[in-house]
Design a protein around this ligand. Structure first.
Ligand code: MN
Length: 478
């Protein structure tokens, strides 16, 4: 059995990186020997777990160090070797990655809870050092969630909850959409099994019903594109079960969810995305207010696509998503797509873009520097970063990401400390608002500043919602 999976891994690696098979085989044998005799709760040899984690990583075309670290990821925790051994037998990079995904030893803590908090902090902050640690952790969690049936019911619920609270937001932030949606569905299956089953049934019935209409559209668009010699690929995309569950929870009915099923149209270049858009609007009548241009206005996790909802055959509403092949890689895999797109430089480009382009990164660094206590750090991250987000516009049309509950004060400090410190008032959608106004999605915010301002007013610290704004107000009021 394990041989088949090992062959799968090697096969997968040959597809994109045939020259580095040797070190990966070495890591496999190393992990195999170290875990020899250990079994998983399913009864299978322990090595099956790291092997599957490595396979999930290879599927993303991860670099060799990451694959090796995936194979070795449980050796520090569960066997007798040390980080130094791995550095000596492989390299420092692999040793650092394995160390990054390893739990801090129980011996350093007074309680299980304290150890948990420290480990959660370690996972979350590892993103600031090397995002590949998070990616390995996500692959690890994904395989554990896929094989959760062998755990006790209590453990299943506990793991599912932790997955929703910590790993789903992390996957979201690095844009790893495919992992995120699988983790969500696996969690929901254990947290609300009846609900999961019900939605799953209704979804597959709806898919059957819509299949003819979607296929008809797909073929029509495809032949129009082929006539124009535009390289293309078209797929039917369905919302995940959790995505539907969330909408139903918000009070929508199943047939109101217009993006439950969509057509994903991929073409070679940006200009052709707009060509396809025009073509679709000529063939099918669009609904005006459902058009979104995420190519010119990318989401804060770098997602880019055009969305338009049209009346398809039988007057069924169909959402179409139009993007380039590269945009689609980023849409499905986020930063992990860099392994594919940026090749040799991927590792550095990932860390560079994470720092430069992802707004949550700065907030995370701030919170990390402000909260010494692990418990406080974790709860702050949960309320400020891992909870509901809102997206508002600057006067220039840039998108600013803030936690729900933010005010114009938070917005001002997010733009810059200077703007926050000299703020005297704010306009939202061209109307003057009080500073405790709660910002909503798509608000357009203009901050009024005055050079002669004495700084934030008394009481603003309590009105501000984000840690950074609060801290800055405290500092300037000293
Ligand atoms: Mn593991």
């Amino acid at each position: 059995m394990d041989n088949i999976i090992l062959n799968n891994l090697i096969q997968k690696i040959r597809e994109y990186n045939p020259t580095e098979e040797k070190i990966i085989m070495k890591a496999y044998e190393y992990a195999y020997n170290l875990h020899n005799g250990q079994v998983r709760q399913s009864g299978e040899p322990y090595i099956m777990h790291p092997l599957n984690v490595a396979y999930i990583l290879a599927d993303m075309h991860a670099d060799k160090d990451t694959i090796c670290a995936g194979l070795l990821h449980d050796t520090l925790e569960d066997t007798n070797i040390t980080k130094e051994d791995i550095a000596h037998d492989f390299n420092q990079n692999i040793a650092n990655l394995v160390n990054g995904v390893t739990k801090i030893s129980k011996m350093n803590f007074s309680s299980k809870h304290a150890q948990n908090m420290a480990n959660t902090r370690k996972i979350i902050t590892s993103i600031t050092e090397d995002v590949r640690i998070i990616i390995i952790k996500l692959a690890d969690r994904l395989h554990n969630m896929r094989t959760l049936e062998f755990k006790s019911e209590f453990k299943q619920k506990e793991n599912a909850l932790e997955t929703m609270e910590i790993f789903v937001p992390l996957a979201y932030y690095i844009g790893a959409y495919r992992i995120k949606s699988e983790l969500e569905d696996l969690s929901l299956r254990y947290l609300k099994p009846d609900m999961y089953k019900k939605i799953e049934d209704r979804k597959s019935r709806l898919e059957e019903e819509s299949n003819k209409c979607l296929q008809e559209m797909l073929f029509k668009i495809q032949s129009l594109l082929n006539d124009k010699n535009i390289p293309n690929e078209i797929k039917v995309r369905t919302k995940n079960i959790y995505g539907i569950y969330k909408r139903l929870n918000e009070g929508q009915r199943l047939f109101d969810i217009h993006d439950l099923l969509s057509l994903k149209i991929m073409v070679d270049e940006v200009a052709n995305c707009y060509y396809v858009l025009g073509m679709i609007h000529q063939e099918y009548h669009p609904i005006n207010d459902k058009f979104k241009d995420y190519i010119c206005n990318p989401k804060t996790n770098m997602y880019q696509s055009l969305h338009t909802t049209v009346f398809g055959p039988d007057d069924r509403l169909v959402q179409t998503q139009i993007r380039t092949f590269d945009m689609d890689k980023v849409a499905s895999f986020g930063l992990t797509a860099y392994w594919d797109i940026k090749k040799g430089n991927a590792r550095y480009e990932m860390q560079k873009d994470l720092k430069g382009k992802f707004q949550f990164f700065k907030s995370l660094t701030e919170i990390n520097s402000m909260f010494g206590d692990n418990q406080e750090f974790v709860s702050q991250v949960k309320t400020e970063l891992f909870s509901d987000r809102i997206y508002v516009y600057t006067t220039k049309g840039d998108i600013i990401e803030l936690p729900k509950g933010s005010t114009p004060i938070d917005f001002a400090y997010k733009l810059s400390t200077d703007i926050g410190n000299t703020m005297v008032g704010a306009f939202v959608n061209d109307e003057y608002v009080p500073v405790n106004y709660l910002l909503k999605n798509k608000d357009r915010v203009r901050i009024i500043t005055d050079e002669l301002s004495f700084g934030p007013r008394e009481g603003w610290e309590d009105i501000a919602h984000t840690s950074y704004a609060k801290k800055m107000i405290r500092e300037i009021s000293k």
